[in-house]
Design a protein around this ligand. Sequence first.
Ligand code: OAD
Length: 256
Amino acid sequence: MYDGCEVRRVNVQNDLAVLAARIRSATRLTILTGAGVSAASGVPTFRGQDGLWRQHRAEDLATPEAFGRNPRLVWEWYAWRRETIAGCRPNAAHEVIAAWSQRAGSRTVTQNVDDLHARAGTERLVRLHGSIWELSCWDGCANGATPWRDERVPLAEMPPRCPHCGGLARPAVVWFGESLRGEDVRAALQATACDVFLTVGTSAIVYPAAGLVHEARRQGAFTAEINLEATPASSGVDVAIHGGAETILPRVAELV
Ligand code: OAD
């Protein structure tokens, strides 16, 4: 006879096998990721225990208004995050996603700005919220509108300046109240036309990213979620697996 724990274990094993079979036979696989994928690498999440938005108000640090009011304060926060991320390496979840990205027809959409997917070698990657390693011109000069890469830790000057016009530079990330880049939104929407849509390590509350799984399901995709806990997406997916992405994804990969 099974006790409750064993029943749960059997269910998880079944879900892993079902998901693996779907991924094996999928021609088009799309994976959406959030901060939870990088948690095991040591990158703080936003809303979890010790999450960034538990200690700071997004309105003070991640809006154009906040930057306009106090660019140095915002830059100090981003400089601290860059330092933290510089000491982090991709984990087993990034590695599995990078390996799957080698399959033709596979796409990865991330909300993470840490670039750990890129460092793990993920191909066809859409970075919906930009990269913390890129800067653009705050003053709006034409050349500085295209983000440039600056991986220096610490930054050469604080706050950093635009190399084109000498005005203020800003992190090339999407802040609250800002629009996502049109080409990224288009690519993410295109990626919802898939056979399997897997959402991993995201609280599924920030749109438009949070809407992608519903769109994929509407178009007939098999949908699955991997997360430590239930999210608003859980009840709408075919399979919701509770656990760390860094342990669950390698287990699924073994079965694929
Ligand atoms: P959140 O911090 O909102 O959510 C992280 C999710 O990951 C939570 O649901 C956790 O339960 C889960 N999680 C934590 N550790 C995990 C692990 N090891 N394995 C699997 N899941 C784990 O982060 P996001 O959903 O990415 O936007 O947040 C979305 C956006 O809100 C961010 O891109 C950022 C933020 O404000 C902007 O800054 C514009």
